[in-house]
Ligand binder design. Structure first.
Ligand code: AMP
Length: 431
């Protein structure tokens, strides 16, 4: 037989049923946190005009400059697969005149994103992000609320070793001045920078602080800090954000070199990082910040905003590692009742009964494709069913069912029209 030749593209992966459990859990937590903070769900298309990102995120960023899946449509539009979620949400806010709604407009999203990244651990070319965006308010309490919600998501998922790194990167008032100071420092160290950063020196020196190359990290350690050069308004804003974080007792540290890679950020930026028990970082799980200039960059009216985005695959990787350490996964909540059948008439009747259980919202497991009672009982045993309802030929003819308690081995006959009610009672008493 010839070998099957197709496989996933590099950096793209199937989300198999075993992983769906994690997606489901994360989604449930996201729904809960968003609902509590009154964030409404929004879905934007996967394909957008490429300009939405080149204007907002910046052509000099890795995301747009190197990693965007850009192509022309048959109608010659230059479009792309969305690499991030904030710019499309702002595009939607502007397009639909959401400034007419009470401000801030609080939105959240979850879905797939695309970046043509170099393949490496925790980096995929198709990955999933969720995000919270509060658009139309510049109050620092919004920044701290976004940080709190992002932190809540990880806490609710059972993360223990998480820290929040925060910084302020100023605004169009104070950043240009800081850029000059930083550039003159970096120029004096030019030969110690990686080739990418030597190029960045001209285009965007701030981004050098974001470089993960070891040699650049060394240069970074002696660099001037933007926090010492904030204008009065940015300074006051940041001070208030930190006061809110203190009040909320959130475990944050100041990272004066945190800049985040995208052009639209202003003032507050933050990242939430998980550190394993050995103290090594498993990478950034959630990142975000304020983007008061984004709306203008997209050609819209001046609209402030603040948000965050979290990487679902990375969060799942940590959840899996933790589960493994704890000795394997806990069995998800499963049906405690198994419906077994023997013979054609019984099979047909039990399929109908199965539907009655579904209408009554009682979870029941089945194995209709199996004919042997022995293999059905084996399946029931394997899934840990407490009760097996046996529908045999005699039962089908006389309209009753035999209930077997798998723990005690006892048996009981129940008439067919009573079986749903009786099992409902049993489940209630079993809680
Ligand atoms: P960013 O939009 O780059 O700030 O990313 C926000 C979060 O998404 C990061 O903290 C990661 O958890 C996750 N993330 C970003 N890029 C990738 C990727 N290529 N593969 C998997 N997760 C990613």
């Amino acid at each position: 037989m010839s070998k099957f030749k197709y496989q996933n593209l590099t950096g793209m992966h199937d989300i198999l049923p075993t992983d769906q459990v994690f997606f489901k859990k994360i989604n449930k937590v996201l729904e809960g946190v968003s609902h509590y903070y009154s964030f409404d769900k929004i879905e934007t298309p996967i394909v957008e005009f490429a300009e939405v990102f080149s204007k907002a995120v910046g052509t000099d960023t890795d995301i747009v400059g190197k990693e965007m899946y850009t192509f022309r449509t048959k109608g010659q539009d230059l479009v792309c697969l969305r690499p991030e979620g904030t710019a499309p949400v702002m595009r939607s806010y502007l397009e639909h005149g959401m400034h007419n709604l009470p401000q801030p407009v609080k939105l959240w999203y979850v879905g797939p994103f695309f970046r043509y990244e170099r393949p490496q651990a925790g980096r995929y070319r198709q990955f999933h992000q969720f995000g919270f965006e509060a658009v139309g308010d510049k109050n620092p309490s919004i920044d701290s609320q976004i940080i709190q919600m992002s932190y809540d998501v990880l806490k609710e998922l059972g993360f223990k070793n998480i820290t929040i790194e925060v910084n302020s990167i100023g605004d169009s008032e104070c950043r240009p001045y800081f850029k000059k100071i930083l550039t003159s420092y970096l120029k004096s160290k030019k030969s110690s920078l990686c080739s990418d950063c030597q190029r960045r020196l001209k285009e965007n020196p701030l981004r050098i602080l974001d470089c993960k190359e070891e040699k650049c990290q060394r240069v970074k350690a002696g660099a001037p800090q933007i926090i010492d050069h904030l204008c009065e308004a940015c300074h006051a804003h940041f001070k208030q954000v930190l006061e809110f974080l203190d009040e909320l007792e959130l475990p944050y540290t100041l990272n004066p070199y945190l800049v985040r890679g995208l052009d639209y950020y202003t003032k507050t930026v933050f990242e939430i990082i998980e550190t394993s028990e050995t103290g090594t970082s498993l990478g950034t799980l959630i990142g975000g910040g304020r983007y008061d200039n984004l709306a203008k960059m997209l050609g819209g009216r001046d609209t402030p905003g603040c948000g965050s985005a979290g990487g679902i695959e990375r969060i799942i990787e940590v959840m899996k590692a933790k589960e493994e350490k704890a000795g394997g996964s806990k069995k998800p909540e499963e049906a405690k009742i198994f419906l077994a059948q023997l013979g054609q008439m019984a099979k047909m009747k039990s399929m109908k009964l199965f539907e009655e259980f579904r209408t009554a919202k009682i979870p029941v497991a089945e194995s209709f494709s199996k004919d042997s009672l022995k293999s059905q009982l084996r399946a029931a045993d394997k899934m840990g069913a407490k009760w097996v309802l046996i529908f045999g030929q005699k039962e089908a003819l006389e309209n009753f069912i035999t209930l077997r308690n798998m723990e005690t081995g006892t048996k009981k006959e129940i008439t067919l029209d009573k079986v749903v009610e009786e099992m409902k009672e049993k489940l209630k008493n079993n809680k």
